[in-house]
Ligand binder design. Structure first.
Ligand code: GLV
Ligand code: MN
Ligand code: MN
Length: 411
């Protein structure tokens, strides 16, 4: 182990950050632009300051800690992850990559090792997209890919737009463009994350070297019918939105099952309006999240869902609308950086596996335009996006060690 590496510092930060949840005792619920993200951001800023980093919160709520290099004009090494969560999620998804990034900066600083370029540790706002159904808000803003118009369009379950949520949080949405970097400033991006699946844990492999990340498309679909009395309206005289929607929904998982391994499709959220036991639904809305390593497969499934919607609403006498929340293509990770990590694993005697990521990450957004790589640590029993999510702190330390080698080599 690196002399300066401290597993207990990683443990202390992750344990302290567990407090910033809206659902204490029932997992981490840290939605973007809430008191919980504010508290976590302040904690991260404090830890970054104590680590001797230059600290800055940008106009969208990304927290950035910079370890200055000898040549500040040189493109930086950007490293980090997100500090929001899903509803009742785990204590490691995202935030572990930030805490471990800070640990890497501390190791280099404590050892008096000056990198040539800046090392920037980024804590990204709203990667999950759980609140607004979108995703990668912070990293896309940094890449200059977010607009004020989009923020007005996307809303949460309470119909609060990103624009409104940002304003209530004390940010000025018109300043979103100020979060955008000159892209030449970024040399490469590196992200540490928990695997969130069972492969490493089941195979007893210590580290995952991510060679590609799946593409993702996300839609919110609303099927419109007509509300009527549930007892008096004969079955052939109603326009039942739930009936029409469910006839589409029941095919969606099978569309993914029919494709190659790694293709998934999920309806994670369903609502009906007005939502009464004895009222035929006027409308039914559901989310769709489709993922695959091959973009053409995602497009094929999305097209088939549209065809089913056409068919079922025509039969049932209704209409439908599709709100596109996210379209992002699969990316390959940097082969040279993977080779460096592989050599480092061999040197330290860590077992490793090259593997794809079925989860989305800020690395998916940044990897579209910059050399990017990810390292995974095992998730106990493969559990994630749930309160049971767990990874021993010693496992994070192994990944930190490999990333320290990587940072030194690519500098
Ligand atoms: C984030 O964890 C995602 O893959 O949706
Ligand atoms: Mn997640
Ligand atoms: Mn994550």
């Amino acid at each position: 182990m690196d002399k300066q590496l401290s597993t207990s510092r990683i443990e202390k930060d992750l344990e302290n950050l567990k407090a910033f949840t809206a659902t204490p005792g029932n997992g981490c619920t840290r939605m973007p632009f809430t008191k919980e993200t504010r508290d976590a951001a302040e904690y991260l800023k404090q830890v970054m300051r104590e680590a001797g980093l230059e600290v800055h919160e940008d106009s969208v709520g990304n927290v950035l800690g910079i370890l200055p290099g000898k040549d500040r004009e040189k493109p930086c090494i950007l490293m980090g992850s997100h500090y929001d969560s899903v509803y009742n999620g785990g204590d490691y998804d995202g935030i572990a990559g930030i805490v471990c990034g800070i640990e890497i900066a501390r190791i280099l600083k404590d050892a008096g090792e000056n990198l040539d370029c800046d090392l920037v540790i980024a804590a990204f706002m709203d990667e999950e997209g759980c609140r607004f159904g979108t995703g990668y808000f912070g990293s896309k803003s940094l890449l200059g890919q977010m607009t004020v118009e989009e923020c007005k369009h996307f809303t949460d379950k309470d119909n609060i737009s990103v624009y409104q949520a940002m304003t209530d949080y004390g940010l000025v949405p018109e300043n979103i463009p100020n979060a955008a970097w000159d892209l030449d400033r970024i040399g490469r991006y590196i992200e540490l994350h928990i695997e969130q699946g069972p492969v490493l844990d089941q195979k007893h492999i210590e580290l995952g070297l991510v060679d590609c990340i799946v593409g993702i498309q996300r839609y919110m679909i609303t099927v419109n019918g007509r509300s009527d009395h549930a007892g008096t309206t004969p079955m052939d005289m109603r326009l039942d939105a739930v009936d029409m929607a469910s006839k589409v929904i029941c095919h969606i998982a099978d569309l993914a099952r029919a494709e190659e391994e790694g293709t998934v499709a999920t309806v994670g959220y369903i609502t009906s309006v007005p939502g009464g036991m004895n009222v035929v639904a006027q409308s039914a809305s559901f989310s769709v999240d489709i993922r695959s390593k091959k973009n053409e497969i995602i497009n094929k499934i999305a097209d088939e869902i549209r065809r089913l919607l056409d068919e079922e609403t025509k039969k049932g006498g209704g209409t439908y609308e599709i709100d596109t929340k996210l379209v992002i293509t699969p990316v390959d990770m940097s082969a040279p950086m993977l080779d460096i990590m592989e050599d480092s694993c061999k040197e330290h005697g860590y077992t490793y596996l090259r593997m794809p990521s079925g989860a989305g990450h800020d690395a998916l957004a940044i990897g579209q335009i910059k050399d990017t790589v990810m390292i995974f640590v095992p998730s106990k029993d493969g559990r994630s996006h749930c309160p049971e999510e767990y990874t021993p702190y010693e496992d994070f330390a192994k990944a930190v060690e490999v990333l320290c080698d990587l940072v030194r080599k690519v500098d």
